[in-house]
Design a binder for this molecule. Structure first.
Ligand code: MN
Length: 315
């Protein structure tokens, strides 16, 4: 098993500073804690240089194409990596707007791919209706081409569009009325955090299993899907509900069991929010989710394991 790491420190999809520092932290922790082989595709960062306005760019039509051009670049970068057969690819954000590029690239390379979208939010907002104007709440409206938005603004995405049948939402708990209507009208499969806590994660995974079996898989993991106390270093604080650590680890075990993951986004971890121990707690949980999803729990390279068993037999 190998970690293929792409740092996508985009923080321009929302207004806070700090998300651009997340990939470097993820990289350092991974290399410190594991002895897995590591291929590093470097960093593509987009900083909020003018935070009070940067999140509002989509309210201004003149700015839409300027900002979306930045995603076109990382779309081609991600597509190139996946096309060369390197997987699973870890897309470490950054805010959730990077999914425009990463998921678009995944679907371009794997047209029959499925998507597990683990998030408190549905990220289905449309620039015309969004209250915040933040692009990190909109990637799926582009990817679904709602109201032909991709035709107008992201033509490079058109081969990577997703169908409503490709998406499975896990952990929704803060969905806008406009988004609820889209989910219901289009019949998108979703499991809210409430349903997960009522029925239990294993029953929910039992429903999900046949939906993702035998298809290439993209996992888009937004840390705000997790309950606040367990993963506090993220930009939007939702006091109620959320996935528990156990829910998350059960999901990771299921992802590993499927053995078909091609790419994973890890987004919205903000190292500038919270105390040092809160940041560490948040990042360690994300790493555990990532590592169990990829390896099932064995974080050492096979050569290192062989070494260790040699040592044991010598003793
Ligand atoms: Mn999100």
């Amino acid at each position: 098993m190998r970690i293929n790491f792409s740092g996508l420190g985009f923080e321009i999809g929302q207004k806070k500073l700090g998300l651009a520092q997340s990939p470097q932290l993820g990289r350092e922790y991974l290399r410190f804690l594991t002895s897995l082989d590591f291929i590093d595709f470097g960093d593509s960062n987009e900083l909020n240089t003018n935070p009070p306005q940067s999140g509002f760019v989509l309210s201004n039509p003149e700015n839409i194409d300027w900002i979306l051009k930045k995603y076109e670049n990382i779309f081609y970068k991600t597509k190139q990596i996946l096309t060369s057969g390197i997987d699973p690819l870890i897309n470490w954000g950054g805010d959730h707007s990077i999914a425009l590029a990463t998921l678009g690239a995944f679907k371009t390379v794997y047209p029959n791919g499925k998507i597990l979208w683990i998030d408190a939010h549905a990220d289905l907002n449309h620039p015309s209706y969004s209250l915040s104007g933040n692009l990190h709440g909109m990637p799926l409206s582009f990817l679904l081409n709602l109201e032909n938005i991709a035709n107008h603004h992201t033509p490079w995405l058109l081969n990577g569009l997703i169908s409503t049948k490709d998406i499975i939402y896990l952990g929704l708990r803060a969905v806008d009325p406009y988004e609820t209507q889209i989910i219901n009208d289009l019949g998108i499969t979703h499991f809210t955090d409430q349903e997960i806590s009522q029925r239990g994660i294993l029953n929910v995974l039992n429903d999900i299993r046949p939906l993702i079996a035998d298809s290439p898989l993209h996992v888009s993991f937004d840390i705000d899907s997790v309950e606040y106390e367990t993963a506090p270093s993220t930009g939007i604080k939702i006091e109620h509900g959320g996935l528990t650590r156990n829910d998350l680890l059960a999901i990771a075990i299921e992802i590993h069991r499927q053995k078909n993951i091609k790419s994973m986004d890890i987004v919205e971890i903000n190292p500038l929010i919270g105390t040092k121990s809160q940041v560490e707690k948040t990042i360690l949980l994300s790493l555990q989710f990532l590592l169990i999803s990829l390896t099932g729990g064995s974080y050492e390279s096979s050569s290192k394991q062989a070494q260790r068993s040699d040592q044991i037999s010598l003793a």
